[in-house]
Design a protein. Sequence first.
Length: 430
Amino acid sequence: MRTAVVLLTRDLRVHDHPALATACATAEQVVPLFVLDPRLAGRSANRDRFLHQALADLRAVLRERGGDLVLRHGDPVTETIRLARDVDADGIAVSADVSHYARGRQRRLRDECERHRIAYREFPGLTVVDPAALTPTGGDHYKVFTPYFRAWSAADWRTACAAPDQIRLPDGLAVGRLPALPAGESAQAAAGGETVGRRRLRDWLGNLDRYGDLHDDLPGDATSRLSPYLRFGCLSPLEVAQAAGDRDGPFVRQLCWRDFHYQVAHAFPDLATTAYRRNAKEEWRYDAAALDAWQTGHTGLPIVDAGMRQLLAQGWMHNRARLITAAYLTKELGLDWRAGRAWFDRWLLDGDLPNNSGNWQWVAGTGNDTRPNRRFNPLRQAHRFDPAGDYVRRWLPELAGVPGAAVHEPWQLPLAVRAGLDYPPPLSER
């Protein structure tokens, strides 16, 4: 093959990139292409900023290898075919994705390649194990995590691909300019890119042996924070899993949860909008004031408000706090999980359809939890996972002067103390 185009989507890296590695091994010239799709822009200012940072980093990494990142604006299928014809490409490669939109894009691209007689191929790379690779007897996907985890742990994983040493572009190709960096909304949001992601992975691996004991510790903040880099493919989930080592370990188990939701979304593309459980009782109430209080971190329940303030400040939230805040919205306030999913989707750097939607449905009792009526007492969670109240005080400065665990229940403080706090009473008392 003389020339291949690699359409990049959520795989913004050069390490363990099967589509890019195969193109570089089989074609004389390779064109790494990213199309800025207006249909996907503006959904999250935080993710837009992270994406643009990742694109700038990827361009620099590709240039170190003699190549470049080609940028175009518009419909990805139209622009990919146009570029392929301009460079007389023999083939187009893309990493397979699972969302409605991604699968429609892949289908249209495949059809256009057939019409223009260009070879088309989809590659793995967004998950550790391909979403369609593991199926239970008599079913098209696993509906319960534990049997999936057993199959996933025992499966043969593909071999990670080495990063290409050299990439050669066609002569005279206009690569396009990087767009101006968006402002984002969260002042403390992490920076995007493969370089940052790989450094973060190397630095964090030294804490891996403590993960099982500390990953639920809210003030300790001992999680990896690699999720945004996995969401945009700045890191290969396979490389992360292999670097962690133990397939049965608690950290790798979290990567399996990610794959689990991807295989659910692959089989049930309406995961973001429709209850996964056919018999789910969805008797949600609608309360704009309560939803606004939850969104802005002013519910009067400190552990919930701390999590929501962290989300606004960092575009990220501790996993235990996500569980607490989501359970509070759906099981305590009785508000629709879709409103919570949409709010998380706006702010989270790692927000994607399979994980955001799958986790929200799990908490709401409409998804893959085998105990759909499960409830989480937010106060019990607060005292267990933030026993001294340090997480709450970190994110709620108005309660910084309340000592110890008393910060979790400010309504129990003496009236004179409560009167001096600029903090609302619980929603149930308003």
